[in-house]
Design a protein around this ligand. Sequence first.
Ligand SMILES: *Cc1c(COP(=O)(O)O)cnc(C)c1O
Length: 425
Amino acid sequence: MTNWEFSLACAKKLDENDNLRSFRDQFHFPSFSENYLVYFTGNSLGLQPKLTKSYVLKELDEWAKWGVDGHTNAERPWMPYHELFTEKIATLVGAKPHEVAVTHSLTTNLHLLMVSFYRPEGKRCKILCEKKAFPSDQYALQSQLKFHGFDPDKDLIEVGPRQGEYTIRTEDVLAKIEEYSDEISLIMIGGVNYFTGQVFDMKKITEAGHKVGAMVGFDLAHGAGNIILNLNEWKVDFATWCSYKYLNSGPGGVSGYYINEDHVTNEEIPRFAGWWGHNKEDRFKMPDKFSPIPTAESWQLSNAPVISMAAHLASLELFEKAGMQNLRAKSIQLTNFLEFIINEINKDSTINLEIITPKNEAERGCQLSIVAHGAEKKLFTELTKQGVVSDWREPNVIRIAPVPLYNNFEDVYRFGLILQNALKL
Ligand SMILES: *Cc1c(COP(=O)(O)O)cnc(C)c1O
C-alpha cells in the first residue's frame, strides 16, 4: 500500500500482477453505453458469465429432445440436478456436504428455516436482529413473530450503532444477547450488512447465542461469494443466501441454505415438508407419510428449477476455478486501492466523502459505502451520468462494490477520475 498512487500506471501495474485478471473476459459487461462503464454493482446483480447462455440453452435443448424423460436421460439428469451443487456450495460457505442444499428463493428459505429454528416457548420468545436489516428480512422476522402471536414492537430486539456511529460494535451485540439471555429464542442477523458493508463476527455471535440457549442464523445475501465463510466451524445453526448478487447467477436466481449437521437428521425439528425432501429411494412410490432425506436436502419442497439452476452451475464453475481464497485476497487489495483513491481525492475536495464501511479488512467485504456530506444524491446522479453503475440507498449512501472476479484495478482508477470530476460540479 505504501507505494500506491492515483494513476493509470499504478492501476495497470496492479492489474498485471493479478493472477485472476483473465476472468474478466469471461463476463458480459453492460453495453448500453458507448463509454467506459465502471460496473460496481455486483452486490446487487452480478454480471452474466459468458458461459451461462450455453448452460441454459443446454437444458432447453434437453427438454426439447427428451420431454419428461429429461428427468433421467438428460446429460445432467434433472431429477438429481441440485446435487451438482452440493460440493461446490459446501466449499464456498465452509460447510459439510450434507449441511447444504440449493433451491427456492432467499426470503422463502428464510421463512422455511424459521419454521424450524424459531420455536418460541414461554418467555423465551424474542428474536434479536441488527437495526436497519434488509427490509425483506425485517418483514420476515416481524411476520414470524406475529404468526406465533407475538408483538414485533416488543419482541423484536434490534441492536443499532451508537450515537454518531454507523456500524454496530460486536461488544454491543454481545451485551444485548446477555441482557435478554433467557428471553431470546432466535438471533437472526445479516452476516454482511447490505447498507454499510459491515461484516459481523459470526463466530462470536454464535457462541454468545448458544451460551444463552438461543438458535443463531445468518442471512448471507451479501456474504456468499464475497467473504470467507466457515459456517460449520463457527457452529452456526442455519444460514441462507441468494445467488444473483456476488454469485452471478441471474435475476431472481435460486437460493442456497445451510443447516448445521446437528440438526439435519433430527426428525423432532418441525418443518414444512414437500416431496423433494422425502427419501429418494421411495419418493416415486408416492408413500403417504413423509420420510426425510438425512441431509439438508430434506428441507426442499419442490423439484429442481433446472433452468435457473443451469445459470447457477455455470457461475459456480468459475468460482471453483478461481478459488474463493484467491478471490478474497484480490478483493482485499481491490477495495483497499479504492479506499486509497477516495481518500486521495478527499484531500482536495470541498465535499467531504466519508466512508462508513469499517476500515478493518476483517470487518468488510468488497463493498464501500460512502456518505458525500454536502452533495448527497447529486453526486450519485452525476456519477451515473458519467458512466459509473453504483447504487443509492436512502437516506444518504452511495454503495460501490468492486468484485474480484470481473472488476480490475483500472476500473477503480477510472472510478476515481469520474469521482474527481463529479465533485467539481
Ligand atoms: C438481496 C437481499 C434479499 C433479497 O431477498 P429475495 O428473496 O432474494 O428477493 C434479502 N435479504 C438480504 C439481506 C438481501 O441482501
